[in-house]
Design a protein around this ligand. Sequence first.
Ligand code: ADP
Length: 717
Amino acid sequence: MSSSQPEQHAVPRGLLALRSAWQSLARLARRLRGRNVLWSLLMLLLAALLGLLVWLTGRYEDDAVQDRLDFETAAIVADLRGALARNLLRLQALPHRQPSLWNEQASALLQQQRELIRLEWRDEKMALQLSLDSPRQLAAFSRMPREQNQADLNLACRAAARFQSPAYSNSYFVPQADGQGRELMELCIAQIESGRIVGYTVATYALSDLLAELAGPQLPRGRALAFTEADGTRLALHGQLGPGERLYSAQQLLDLPGNTLVVRMQARQGRAGLFPNPLSALVSAMALALVLVLALLVRDVRRRQRVEQDLGEALAFRKAMEDSLSTGLRARDLQGRITYVNPAFCKMVGFEAAQLRAHEQQVPYWPPEMAPTYRERQQDRHNDLAVLRGGHESVFMRSDGTRFPVLIMEAPLINAQGRHTGWMSAVLDLSEQKRSEERSRATQERLQASARLALVGEMASLLSHELNQPLAAIASYASGSLNVLQDALQRPPADAAQATQLAQGLTGAVQRIAAQAERAGKVIRSVHNFVRRREHQREAVAPQELLEAIMPLIALQARKLGVRIDVSVAPLCPPVLCDRTMVEQVLLNLARNGMQAMHSSPLDKPVLSLQVRLAEPAAGGANGAEDSTADGGWAGAGAWVEFSVSDLGHGITEAVAAQLFTPFFTTKDEGMGLGLSLCRTVVEQHGGSLRFAPQQPQGTVFLFTLPAARADAGTPS
Ligand code: ADP
């Protein structure tokens, strides 16, 4: 049972994973495909729309031309009809009873109306009485006799007689003398007097002249006007077609009594090529521009997509980076509200990002007792951007209430428009660093204590020699006093004067014993003071005090080695801010090294000089941090005090100089090689620097600086 359970879980989980992978793949494919299909559809629709637009524009142009042509044709037909009606009236008015007058008027009519080529007056039996041909035309019937073309005329006159109204004949072709022919049409007007037909006025129209004379002046250029039969056979033509690819034509019927003519007008329009007219060319150009814009839009969208993708990747990269950082990141707006924190910051303070962002007044990771100070400090810092650059230490509070030290570095947040919108801070948890600093400080202290003991160990023989003298003196004074007392017991003083003398003698001896004991005690106390572990704290100490504290110990060795000690402290030299025990050890170490160096190269007058003076401004701290003491308030207002220990010893070779401060480097048989490295550490811990230089004519000088204490710090007693 228990073995099958994991399998049961494993199978669905695997299937689930497979299914979700497949679904996301399908989704991606769908999205890609969908996007492409949409684009293709859009392009297709647009192309169809543009095609339709161009076609419709063409159609519109065609319709416009056609409409114009229809209108012009209708106007011309109306003109023709009006002109024919006017002619009819004038024909009806011809005086057939007075032949000469008829001739005169007919001649005038033929002169004026060029479309008329012949006028006749026939009697009621259709016999020709009078006739006149147009003087400007060749005689219509010169080639073919009139009698052969009378069938249509007879029909028209019969119709005119029957309906007692004018009638037109069908048109008919008559060959002409010039070898060509023309289509003619007759108009027959029955002359009725007292209800009886007395004759007929016959007018012959040449159809081509009818077009030229009556419609020609109104005909626009490039138009061809024709009379056609119903089947399209052209009877007469006037005008010439203009250039153009497309042929438009319009037809109208010219209804005349007895005959119906078809008037057809034709026109050409448009040039050969893709764009038949300017409007469609314009629309096509606009369509092309639209396609171009669309293409640009597609490119722009693609570019945007690429940028979006890049941006997404950059964001993902940034997020991964922020999430993997161990440094806390925090962004605040100008009102001090938190707008962003990274996971490392949340982990550091033990609050959720939402909790941190939700706060309005009280920042949850500020220790309540510090909040007012922090608020003020924050305001000050934000007012002075320069302060932000270096970073500052502070104390934060975790959600469980524990406090921990942090280093905060802040920078202004500038948005894309160059506006200052808030502050970005990097926060480092200093707990571990402080712990390791504490550990190393403790180790350093232990090492220093051991070095001190070793130093005293080295001096043990000197100490015993130094203590021997007072002890021997005490012993001899004591035994002398004992002898005097024993004598006094055996022979008590005879009188008061003797007793007084005895007492005075003994008092002197006991005073000497006390003085010697004091001397021995001093030596022991100085050793004890040097060796005992004191509270390590910085205080303002006068240089003179430091020198005096170690002088008994230096003197021990100096006496043994026959070295003279010169001490000089510059007047008005300020107290130094230091850990007294450590600095004493530095001085003792340097003095001891100097004396040993002089001992190994015998000299007439070995002198060790210890000097203290105010340092040149440039000779300040090792880090260039002139005011870098951690304990605020003790800073020496930028002044430094320089201590120098110079000897006339054998000096330091280059090989030795290269390793001088390396721990455990020594050239002495019984040396430990820790002295100088500890000295440098101590001096640098105080913010000062330790260096050395050769002395002329021989020897070495070691110099170190310590920060001067502020005047108001006072000197401890
Ligand atoms: P130690 O005194 O135990 O050898 P130090 O670190 O004090 O250790 O000194 C290291 C070495 O530097 C010495 O062994 C010595 O060779 C050299 N030295 C130090 N002070 C002087 C000096 N004043 N003159 C010449 N050599 C010196």
